[in-house]
Design a protein around this ligand. Structure first.
Ligand code: GTP
Length: 319
């Protein structure tokens, strides 16, 4: 049974999450998605999405299944995995104020859920008109940008080109790895947000975030990123120890990390990714012919000490 890709959709209040969901629920894309709307907290979702607000589960006429979560996310997903009619993907909307981390972590923690699903990506919808203000005053808004694999910079009709460029630079300085898409009413091809596969890792890791200002102190921003590379194969025990210690000591600061690693004694590519303290690893298959077996690991978070991280990672190289 292949693992079902899960996409977490996040974004500040009013950014356009429901607009994107409506698009997915009503477009004829020929795919079957299960959409889980996280209704914890007092922030309801738009009535046009929740057709029958009393029901927990309902099917849209394009085949998508919509769930509103009033109970436990794991219970809902377990129920969903028991359904005989398969899914092409699961999409979870978190409320605008929610920290996406616990939702993303669910997929690494629960044994059944982590076996049957895989985190495909985190999509953040940002309101281009208000993002700069929110980044200044909201911790959640910063985290939503830092976590993202894809950022829809939405409501571009309300912002001029010069402001957009500044905004994109600002986003880049916080998260050099995310794919940024400018949208109006979240108009975006579905395969830009769903089915990214392994977080688009190859593309992300192929970038040179060092050029994008990881140690750039011009911006007084607490969220930064560090990218690590190593030509020599890693010692699995040393890496495990280093990562465990790092997560124990700095897990709360680590918003997101992901990497493709080459371990001594293995001809497979290992993917490691995580959110805060919880990490997950998987095998990507053998290294493609002609591709250097280089380990690459990127971290996004607060209070990251680049030199220390580089030294720690370098020490994981196998003798
Ligand atoms: N001008 C403009 N308005 C938009 C755009 N996209 C969405 N909106 C409007 O912005 C408002 C908020 O959009 P929603 O999709 O409800 O946003 P949300 O993130 O789901 O909001 P919450 O669920 O309250 O957090 C709605 O009135 C939308 O019609 C856009 O590209 N341009």
């Amino acid at each position: 049974m292949s693992a079902i890709p899960v996409t977490v959709l996040t974004g500040y209040l009013g950014a356009g999450k429901t607009t994107l969901l409506n698009r997915i629920l009503s477009e004829s894309h020929g795919k079957r998605f299960a959409v889980i709307v996280n209704e914890f907290g007092e922030i309801g979702i738009d009535n046009d999405l929740v057709v029958g607000a009393d029901e927990e589960v309902f099917e849209m006429n394009n085949g998508c299944i919509c769930y509103t979560v009033r109970g436990d996310l794991i219970r809902i997903i377990n129920g969903l995995l028991k359904r005989k009619d398969g899914f092409d993907g699961i999409l979870i909307e978190t409320t605008g104020l929610a920290d996406p981390a616990p939702v993303a972590q669910t997929f690494f923690v629960d044994p059944v859920v982590s076996k049957r699903t895989r985190m495909d990506g985190i999509v953040t919808v940002a309101d281009a008109r208000h993002l700069a203000d929110r980044l200044a005053d909201s911790h959640e808004a910063q985290e939503q940008i830092a976590f993202a694999d894809v950022i829809l910079l939405n409501k571009i009709d309300l912002v001029d080109e010069a402001d957009m460029v500044v905004l994109e630079q600002r986003i880049r300085s916080m998260n050099p790895f995310a794919r940024i898409r400018r949208t109006q009413r979240c108009e975006v091809a579905l395969d830009e947000v769903i089915g990214l596969g392994a977080f688009d890792l190859d593309r992300i890791l192929a970038m040179e975030p060092d050029f994008l200002g990881e140690d750039d102190h011009e911006h007084d921003q607490s969220v930064t990123s560090v990218s690590l590379r190593q030509d020599r194969a890693l010692d699995p025990v040393a890496f495990d120890g280093w990562l465990h210690t790092l997560l124990r000591v700095q897990g709360t600061d680590l918003l997101r990390y992901k990497g493709i690693l080459s371990f001594k004694g293995s001809d497979r590519r290992t993917v490691i990714q995580g959110v805060h303290m919880l990490a997950d690893s998987a095998n990507l298959g053998v290294w493609p012919a002609g591709q250097p077996r280089e380990s690459r690991f990127v971290l996004i978070g607060r209070n990251l000490d680049g030199d220390r991280l580089r030294a720690g990672f370098a020490a994981c190289a196998a003798p």
